[in-house]
Design a protein around this ligand. Structure first.
Ligand SMILES: *[C@@H]1O[C@H](CO)[C@@H](O)[C@H](O)[C@H]1NC(C)=O
Ligand SMILES: *[C@@H]1O[C@H](CO)[C@@H](O)[C@H](O)[C@H]1NC(C)=O
Ligand SMILES: *[C@@H]1O[C@H](CO)[C@@H](O)[C@H](O)[C@H]1NC(C)=O
Ligand SMILES: *[C@@H]1O[C@H](CO)[C@@H](O)[C@H](O)[C@H]1NC(C)=O
Ligand SMILES: *[C@@H]1O[C@H](CO)[C@@H](O)[C@H](O)[C@H]1NC(C)=O
Length: 286
């Protein structure tokens, strides 16, 4: 495991302008409130977009708190295909992921057994420290094991591979889609690490426009600034922005790591998490 230690922190290299209009400036002007837009609030008071990326099984009380009525969190994933017991019992939707090629022969059975109708696929296959799959092989695996799920599990929603925002991600996805002309996907998960909202919004719009205007899930994102105020501003502004942006269907801040050992001095993620108090406020788990 320890997948989260290896995420790519490279800033994306994209210099392209947003697909339409001045995204960054509209985002800045709309980011004046930190409350969720009403369109994202379900009848049970959850934010239909906001999720947890949650790789740990060692903070069971927290995940139970997430299910309390004052939390807005509506879904979770942990980069795995089947949930550990505490996540399975939490009452929060668990979204399975086929992380790499390993065990893909059992994918259909695992997804059916859970009765889920949403699936995430290959995690940063462009990155040699993540699932590291050649795009042509990924296309073959997709046609053999993933595409058939559409007939096995009618109505299933399938996410495309989630590439990193480093320089290898965009070309990987381009090659994958040209090798996989008959692959279909329902939404495009993206990852982003960097500093400042402008680069993040540009990337969102670029990925949206370049791959067929498919609904986006932001399954990993964080501001890597060492300045806590900047990170909190980023969280607050991007939350408002994504709550109001129709083509973003879901997002999960990277990440929800509560266990104290993840905040030990020198931990890679200490700075981007700001503090657990602020993170919990955002998650409204307490
Ligand atoms: C989660 O919340 C639902 C709805 O309030 C409740 O029925 C369920 O028992 C809760 N599950 C846990 C594990 O707290
Ligand atoms: C897509 O499917 C069609 C019809 O089955 C087939 O002729 C074609 O070769 C396929 N394309 C790719 C890229 O696999
Ligand atoms: C995506 O949306 C843009 C702007 O509305 C439009 O110009 C473009 O044709 C769309 N692309 C696809 C593949 O639908
Ligand atoms: C942190 O960022 C804020 C906002 O940009 C700035 O006002 C402040 O001076 C920064 N703090 C440090 C220690 O650099
Ligand atoms: C972000 O919003 C939270 C409330 O959701 C607020 O407590 C916090 O002060 C805000 N932080 C910044 C830096 O604006």
């Amino acid at each position: 495991m320890l997948i989260y230690l290896f995420v790519c922190f490279l800033s994306h290299p994209v210099t392209a302008s947003p697909a339409s209009g001045s995204v960054s400036s509209s985002a800045t002007s709309s980011a004046t409130s930190s409350s969720a837009a009403s369109t994202t609030t379900s009848s049970t008071g959850k934010n239909t977009k906001r999720g947890l990326s949650y790789p740990s099984t060692d903070n069971i009380p927290d995940i139970l708190n997430v299910n309390q009525t004052n939390s807005v969190i509506s879904w979770q994933y942990d980069w795995g295909l089947t949930p550990p017991t505490n996540l399975a019992q939490s009452g929060i939707e668990y979204v399975p992921m086929q992380w790499g090629s390993g065990g893909i022969e059992n994918l259909g059975a695992a997804v059916k057994a859970q009765g889920t109708n949403v699936l995430l696929t290959f995690n940063e296959p462009d990155f040699n420290q993540q699932s590291n799959i050649d795009p042509n092989i990924a296309a073959q695996l997709w046609m053999q094991y993933i595409e058939p799920l559409r007939t096995d599990i009618p109505g299933i929603k399938i996410g495309a591979p989630a590439v990193s925002s480093g320089g290898t991600g965009f070309p990987w996805l381009t090659t994958f889609f040209s090798a996989c002309g008959n692959c279909s996907f329902d939404f495009l998960p993206i990852h982003w690490y960097g500093e400042g909202t402008g680069g993040f919004y540009d990337y969102l719009y670029q990925m949206y426009g370049e791959f067929g205007n498919k609904t986006i899930w932001v399954t990993e994102y964080a501001d890597t600034s060492l300045n806590d105020t900047e990170v909190m501003d980023f969280i607050n502004q991007t939350t408002v922005f994504m709550d109001g942006l129709d083509f973003v269907e879901r997002y999960a801040w990277f990440g929800y790591f509560v266990s104290s050992r993840r905040f030990s001095p020198g931990a890679t993620l200490t700075n981007i998490l700001v503090s657990i108090t602020e993170t919990r406020k955002w998650l409204r788990v307490q």
